[in-house]
Write a protein that binds this ligand. Sequence first.
Ligand code: BDR
Ligand code: CA
Length: 308
Amino acid sequence: PRQSIIIDTDPGQDDALAILLAFAHGEALDILGITAVCGNISVQATAANALKVLALAGREDVPVFLGAASPLVGELVTAERLHGEAITEGWDLPVSTTAPRPEFAADWIIETVLSKPPASVTICALGPLTNIALAFAKRPDIASRLKRLVLMGGASQGGNMNAVAEFNVFVDPHAAARVFSAPVSKTVVSLDVTSKLLMTEYVLDRLTTVTSKITEQLKKLLTLYEGYTRTGRPRSLHDPAVIAWLLAPEIFSGKEVNVEIDTTPGLTYGQTIVDMNAVTGRATNAFWLTVADRDAFYELLESALARL
Ligand code: BDR
Ligand code: CA
């Protein structure tokens, strides 16, 4: 049966590829809507980029909603220093003729989850967890009504914002703390696994020569990675792993763990503290992925892109 999903996202090249991967597997995934959140760039820009991705996929029937414009506490830290110009410019893709819907993302999430049978909706979170935390704060009962939350965020083995914190959690650790303590089954795609999904030259060559209707645009989306890969510093592909886990969980393995979030300003701000050896006695609250099969992951992505 098809799984109903909501994609909460801050596109982001890797977010865009995740959305395209989901669309390519329409037989398995039914995208109810896309909620934009601030993160990589401002929420207006992430929503505009989400609309461009829908136009690219020929799926402008899917609604896009504007979400949080700033984290729960403090100012937004964007990923410009990570992603550079390519992301701030909103890419060289055709501008969409459609607009975000008027409803606020967190309200639409609540309404949608309440209108569907219990345990039927999965949220895929590809950015900071602000929208999800706001939805849970307003209607705590929707957390246990979800089927699952699959999120990209966190790290137990080294961060990408400070020594220990990953970007999505670092941008809004207060939201992450609320979400990790909420009664919803979670699968976590952290840097632990995405660091194993390096976009090597071999992978890039294959992805950029995929023959499909979107080949040219795909090349543009991958330009940013191209720069790193061709100069011998291949980067990880993060967000598509969330969708890949839904489609082919056998590509990954992981374990049930307790995760707590450090929200205290300082050297470890935004750290996901993962009780990997179950020594704290705290209840487990997440399924933490630890291993990914890179070849199988990229085969899934490549064949999906060819289907578009
Ligand atoms: C995460 O940060 C963002 O820049 C990416 O889109 C991904 O969601 C990786 O740390
Ligand atoms: Ca993202």
